[in-house]
Design a protein around this ligand. Structure first.
Ligand code: F3S
Ligand code: F3S
Ligand code: ZN
Length: 109
C-alpha cells in the first residue's frame, strides 16, 4: 500500500512535529500517521530503508526513532521540507512508496 496523495482531504490533522504537520490517525507506538505536507512520509508504511535520506540533494530528511513500530524502529522525517527543490528522487527511490511530494501542498504550521 502506497501513501495516499490525497491525505490532506482524507485525514485529520492530528499534531505538529518538529516544524511540520502530522496527519492521523495516531496511536503510538503502533500507528504514527503521515509527517509533512510539501514532502510527506507515511510513517506507517516506511520501513526505514534510508534511500530518501541518502539521495536527497538538499538534505530534507533526518532519522527519527520510532521504537515498537511494527514496520521499523526509525523513520525518515521531512524536517526541512521547506528546502525541497522537487527533484522527486525520494519518491522514486523509496522501495515501499511511503513518500509523496507535491509542490502545491504548503507547510501550514
Ligand atoms: Fe529531496 Fe525529495 Fe525534495 S529528494 S529535494 S525531498 S523531492
Ligand atoms: Fe522510509 Fe522509504 Fe525513506 S522506506 S526511510 S521513506 S526510502
Ligand atoms: Zn515528523
Amino acid at each position: 500500500m502506497a501513501i495516499d496523495p490525497e491525505f490532506e482531504r482524507t485525514r485529520e490533522r492530528a499534531d505538529d512535529h518538529d516544524g511540520h504537520a502530522v496527519w492521523g490517525p495516531v496511536d503510538e507506538p503502533e500507528q504514527l500517521g503521515i509527517h509533512g505536507a510539501h514532502v510527506a512520509v507515511d510513517f506507517d508504511i516506511c520501513i526505514g530503508d534510508g534511500a530518501c535520506l541518502e539521495d536527497c540533494p538538499v538534505d530534507v530528511f533526518d532519522w527519527v526513532d520510532t521504537p515498537d513500530h511494527p514496520e521499523s524502529e526509525k523513520k525518515a522525517d521531512p524536517v526541512r521540507e521547506g528546502q525541497c527543490i522537487d527533484c522527486m528522487l525520494c519518491v522514486d527511490v523509496c522501495p515501499v512508496d511511503a513518500v509523496d511530494v507535491d509542490p502545491g501542498r504548503e507547510n501550514r504550521i
